[in-house]
Design a protein around this ligand. Structure first.
Ligand code: GLY
Length: 340
């Protein structure tokens, strides 16, 4: 499996401040013309797009699984739930679900949310002992009048819905935590370089969009910390008339700019998914770049027409795309030190 620490630990080639400098000089991306050569345009002539699944990071097995569910007449959300569950159950992935790195007290706490084509949303935050927070979030959406359940309440709700109590702290994650404890600097951003998120977006055979994201959050975070991933509009947003977006990286930056909602609103204004992701990345760079030069955020977006796009603050962010007969992992464009 791809070691995403490589990405987040990377020595950056150029500072984010450089990225801001460039952005200040260059013209804003043009309002989108019809761009039939843009990556991910499936049906430029207004036909219903072919099903497509896109996810943060190198998860082609998960996007393929999601696509198979959709091609077998599942909804976009059915497919996404199946794909995200694969990653949540994989102990090798140390930033999502089982095997996720714990907080400073050695406790694994999970955040997740889902949003469907009807604008329904469900979310769980600070959830412990439950391997599949994405499925609990879906239950919150479908079986309660609420959007978000947190902590002990989310856990009790999960148990009431038949989820099993499980130990999510693997030996490997515990060993890393104990290593970290030897020198653990007890400041709020410590360990942020070791975390990220599975965010997944899809269009199904009916042309409907859904999305989900799931994470164990920032490694060695302060107990109780919740990131962007379960926050509707920050880590995920879906508007079936327009498109969908999701985020990975330092959640605090995504939350302070409401990244996913911002991207969908940029798409509503006519920007391509890539231009919209880029604008949202620029927003972070311009407002918070100087004090967060080494922090990474990556965005992915999918439009109603099946066009997708991505952007990140720094190099190293990649994403997976599955369509009928093709499953790819691609590098995202980025701001820092980049003049385009
Ligand atoms: N993006 C995940 C988090 O910050 O928790």
């Amino acid at each position: 499996m791809f070691n995403r620490r490589d990405f987040l630990n990377k020595t950056f080639l150029a500072s984010l401040a450089a990225g801001v400098g460039l952005s200040a000089c260059e013209s804003k991306p043009k309002q989108d013309e019809a761009n039939n050569n843009a990556p991910g345009v499936i049906s430029p002539n207004g036909k219903k797009p072919e099903p497509i699944v896109i996810a943060t990071w190198k998860h082609p097995d998960a996007t393929q699984t999601a696509l198979e569910v959709i091609l077998n007449r599942g909804s976009a959300l059915d497919g996404i739930e199946a794909g995200v569950r694969m990653v949540e159950a994989d102990p090798r992935d140390q930033s999502v679900g089982y095997g996720g790195l714990p907080d400073r007290d050695g406790i694994v706490t999970l955040d997740a949310c889902v949003m469907d084509d009807k604008g329904n949303a469900g979310s769980v935050t600070f959830l412990q002992h439950i391997m599949h927070p994405v499925s609990v979030a879906r239950k919150v959406m479908e079986d309660t009048p609420h959007v978000m359940l947190s902590g002990e309440g989310a856990y009790r709700f999960a148990i009431s819905k038949g989820f099993k109590k499980e130990n999510l702290l693997t030996e490997a994650a515990s060993t890393k935590w104990k290593e970290w404890l030897k020198e653990g600097t007890y400041k709020p951003v410590g360990g942020h370089e070791q975390h990220d998120t599975i965010g997944m977006l899809a269009i199904d055979g009916e042309g409907n969009l859904s999305g989900a994201c799931s994470t164990s959050g920032m490694a060695f975070k302060i107990h109780g910390r919740v990131g962007d991933s379960p926050i509707i509009g920050a880590g995920l947003y879906v508007d079936n008339e327009v498109g969908a977006a999701t985020a990975t990286g330092l959640g605090e930056l995504v939350m302070k700019t409401l990244g996913a909602f911002l991207i969908v609103e940029f798409m509503r204004q006519g920007k391509t998914p890539e231009a919209a992701c880029r604008e949202a990345a620029l927003r972070i760079a311009e407002k918070y770049g100087k004090s967060n030069e080494e922090m990474q955020v990556g965005y992915i977006a999918l439009s109603k027409s099946g066009e997708y796009g991505t952007y990140s603050l720094h190099p190293g962010f990649n994403y997976s795309v599955s369509r009928k007969d093709s499953h790819e992992v691609l590098d995202a464009p980025y701001l820092a030190g980049n003049s385009h």
